[in-house]
Design a protein around this ligand. Structure first.
Ligand code: NAD
Length: 481
């Protein structure tokens, strides 16, 4: 279904994120017929480029990052004809007048949105620049990238800064994990079926694991990362958002504030985590790959490239149910998964040999998005009543067959939601602050104690202590593939 025609300005339109995700995503939506022909996409950045130069550079980006669609030269050219470029200095006065002249008025019926794909220090100046130069109207939307603050204080200051120029219903804080197909499918599975919700609580769920494992190191962004670490870079935003969607109460309806109110309640019910329930790690060289400290160019760094922790949500639904979270870089696999591990059956009627089995609902975010439900069945054949766990595959692509649309990338879905004015999959200011209010004391704790992260080999499963964290509870991390 096509969205309304729009003018979308991408501040940082020449940057890495714009080239790799935002413009290729818009191109795919264009090929799918979702972008009305009157729409325009305006790159705005520091480089002195003209429209033709910008279009050429994006042509290359499409060939690199949207290869499956970029084989059609007519489609590429048609899309590029919708692109414009203005050199604007976010902190100075250059370019703003030209940008204003290029924009069409709101009353002409175009949605107007500004995507802040620039470093976080420019979020405030851009919001102010838009207001001062008369570019922001009541209906104008702004899209803000991560990181949203470095701690509660800076996040609060940023919220206040944006609030001076925009209302909350105009601010779209991106967490691209929320745009993933499977994450939305998770909500459909939870709230569109009778089967799961009655079991979705402490009585039937043994524990939940949320894993975001990466094989890449901190590479080119080492100095930024060294000032941040896995807790700030991944847990405070992405893992917390996933935890909220898994743990929240059913919202009364699928609308932005109803969903975000429920997510906020989860964050507020999260217990503080004891220091002995947190394991921080830092990768060392395995002889082939460089170490974290080399990548970060900081030989004494105490920043964690890995974190595992156990937390509880103090409410009726989840009392005493552990939530195990882990994320890290330079691990043995690139895999993101939420696993809902149900309790064992209370009694086995098949005898001791068959063991006791448990169901696991696995929600995979990458590499292949999809869901499986582990169910126990009889092993086929004449060998007696031997039980076997097999995955019931709920991947929608298989179910829908070859007609299934290619899985839509998170960014393209979220950008279309901005144009539609749907904030459900964007973080509200109070959610972000509540998440920092939970993480800040944990970070302050290890900084105060001067804790060093545990070393782990690049390419391994992470530090040994992370295994102990869960094994001592009689549980195991899911094996990453
Ligand atoms: P980048 O350094 O590649 O690009 C930055 C862009 O900002 C460039 O287009 C540059 O011209 C522009 N810019 C810098 N100073 C400016 C100024 N004063 N006025 C106008 N434009 C200016 O950065 P990136 O990797 O594209 O990241 C952009 C934002 O997205 C950051 O907030 C980053 O944290 C976030 N982000 C990036 C990724 C990623 O994969 N690259 C992922 C998640 C979030």
């Amino acid at each position: 279904i096509p969205v309304a025609p729009f003018d979308l300005v991408i501040f940082g339109g020449t940057g890495d994120l714009a080239r790799r995700k935002i413009l290729p995503g818009l191109f795919r939506r264009f090929c799918a017929g979702q972008i009305p022909p009157e729409s325009r996409i305006i790159g705005a950045a520091r480089s002195e480029l003209d429209d033709a130069g910008f279009r050429e550079s994006i042509r290359e980006a499409l060939h690199e990052f949207a290869a499956s669609k970029a084989g059609d030269p007519d489609a590429v050219q048609d899309f590029l004809d919708h692109l414009y470029y203005v050199a604007v200095d976010a902190t100075g006065s250059n370019g703003w007048t030209q940008l204003k002249e290029l924009m069409r008025d709101d009353d002409e019926g175009y949605v107007r949105a500004f995507y802040f794909s620039v470093g976080p220090s420019l979020f405030g100046p851009l919001a102010e620049g838009l207001r001062n130069h008369g570019l922001a109207h009541r209906e104008t939307r702004i899209v803000v990238e991560k990181p949203f603050g470095h701690d509660l204080e800076t996040a609060r200051a940023l919220n206040e800064e944006l609030a001076q120029h925009f209302h909350e219903d105009q601010i779209y804080r991106i967490d691209h994990y929320l745009g993933k197909e499977t994450v939305q499918n998770l909500m459909a599975v939870r709230f569109g079926n009778m089967l799961f919700e009655p079991l979705w609580n402490a009585q039937y769920v043994d524990h939940i694991q949320i894993t975001v494992a990466e094989t890449v190191g901190v590479g080119g962004r080492g100095s930024y990362y060294d000032n941040s670490g896995a807790m700030r870079d991944m847990v405070q935003n992405h893992l917390m958002q996933l935890l909220c969607l898994i743990a929240m109460e059913p919202p009364a309806k699928f609308d932005a504030d109803a969903v975000r109110d429920e997510k906020l309640k989860v964050i507020r019910a999260l217990d503080p985590v004891d220091p002995d329930q947190i394991v921080r790690g830092q990768y060392t060289s395995d002889g082939k790959m460089s170490s974290y400290r080399e990548d970060a160019e900081n030989p004494v760094s105490k920043t964690e490239s890995y974190i595992a922790l156990k937390s509880y949500i103090s409410n009726w639904r989840w009392a005493n149910t552990p939530f195990y979270l882990r994320t890290g870089k330079r691990l043995n696999a690139r895999a993101s998964e939420i696993a809902v591990v149900f309790k064992e059956t209370p009694h086995s009627i098949f005898g001791i040999d068959s063991g006791r089995h448990r169901n696991v609902l696995s929600i995979r975010l990458q590499p292949d998005e999809g869901m499986t439900l582990g169910v126990t069945i009889k092993e086929p054949g004449p060998g007696g009543m031997r039980l076997l766990d097999v995955p019931l595959d709920m991947s929608f692509a298989d179910a829908l067959g070859p007609e299934a649309e290619e899985v839509t990338d998170a960014y393209e879905r979220l950008i279309m939601d901005v144009i539609r004015g749907n904030q459900t999959l964007f973080m509200r200011g109070d959610e972000v602050e509540a998440a920092w209010a939970w993480t800040d004391p944990l970070i302050e704790g290890w900084e105060r104690r001067g804790d060093s992260p545990k070393p782990y080999d690049a390419g391994s499963v992470g530090p040994d202590d992370a295994a102990f964290l869960i094994n001592r509870d009689g549980r195991r991390w899911r094996v990453l593939k």
